[in-house]
Design a protein around this ligand. Structure first.
Ligand code: PGA
Length: 241
């Protein structure tokens, strides 16, 4: 794992956007794995600015998002479908048919998950996967104790994740208790991975990700076994290393 520590959140966003743009400029039909949450928002804003300046073009880009709440339809304001269109896709020239997110209201979970894996493979696999990280070490919604070879599947959200994400809902009771997520095994198949983390509250989990033995107790430790990972963090998130 290559650790890159920058001054602040803005610098994380600019560097991450440059890495994504470099990848897309090198391969027009790049397959991107994308993340939701607060951390990548600055990167999406930088990519929109770069697109408007003509520095990157998404016309042939294909995307697969990491996860979606189970039980929320794509129109729900807290769904990750909504987040991605609201934050990023509506501002760039990506084709709607090239955008993939799991269907949170599928009637056949097993089929939905298998189909997602199939589509990723059919598109040639993920070239570059962007990741955030949960305070408990989750990647996507792969909570502690989930198998490190897992494929796309339905998960029960950890209490701390439900609590952390309740800031986006009116009430903690409204937060879905389950989600569909790419598995750790799915994530590990990406050619390149960039994990983003900012702020003191991520310092502990970043330290564990780098220094703890690989274990499903901290799912992000699996990244130690991948041969092309950049951990892009700010000074605050790096202070325990
Ligand atoms: P955050 O979420 O970017 O909002 O901190 C990350 C995550 O839970 O994976």
């Amino acid at each position: 794992m290559k650790l890159v520590t920058v001054t602040n959140y803005h610098e994380i966003s600019v560097r991450a956007a440059q890495l994504v743009a470099n990848q897309v400029n090198k391969k027009k039909n790049t397959v991107l794995g994308l993340a939701t949450g607060q951390t990548p928002v600055g990167m999406y804003q930088e990519l929109i600015s770069m697109f408007k300046r003509g520095e990157v073009d998404f016309f042939e880009v294909v995307t697969f998002n990491l996860d979606e709440y189970y039980g929320l339809s794509s129109e729900h304001p807290q769904s990750y479908h909504h987040f991605m269109w609201d934050t990023f896709f509506q501002y760039i020239n990506i084709k709607k048919e090239n955008v993939h997110l799991l269907n949170g209201v599928t009637e056949n979970i097993n089929k939905e998950c298998k189909q997602y894996e199939y589509l990723i493979q059919k598109n040639g696999g993920i070239d570059l996967q962007i990741l955030g990280i949960g305070d408990n070490g989750h990647l996507g919604f792969n909570e502690p104790a989930i198998g490190l070879n897992s494929k796309t599947h339905l998960v029960n959200l950890a209490e701390e994740t439900i609590y952390a994400n309740s800031q986006y809902f009116n009430d903690v009771q409204e937060v879905p208790k389950q989600a569909l997520t790419m598995g750790i095994g799915t994530i590990m198949k990406a050619q390149k991975i960039i994990l983003l983390a900012s702020g003191r509250k991520k310092a502990h989990v970043i330290e564990s990700t780098i220094n703890c033995p690989v274990s499903s107790e901290v799912p992000a430790t699996a990244l130690q076994l991948h041969n092309d990972v950049i951990i892009l963090i700010d000074k605050e998130a790096a202070y325990k290393i």
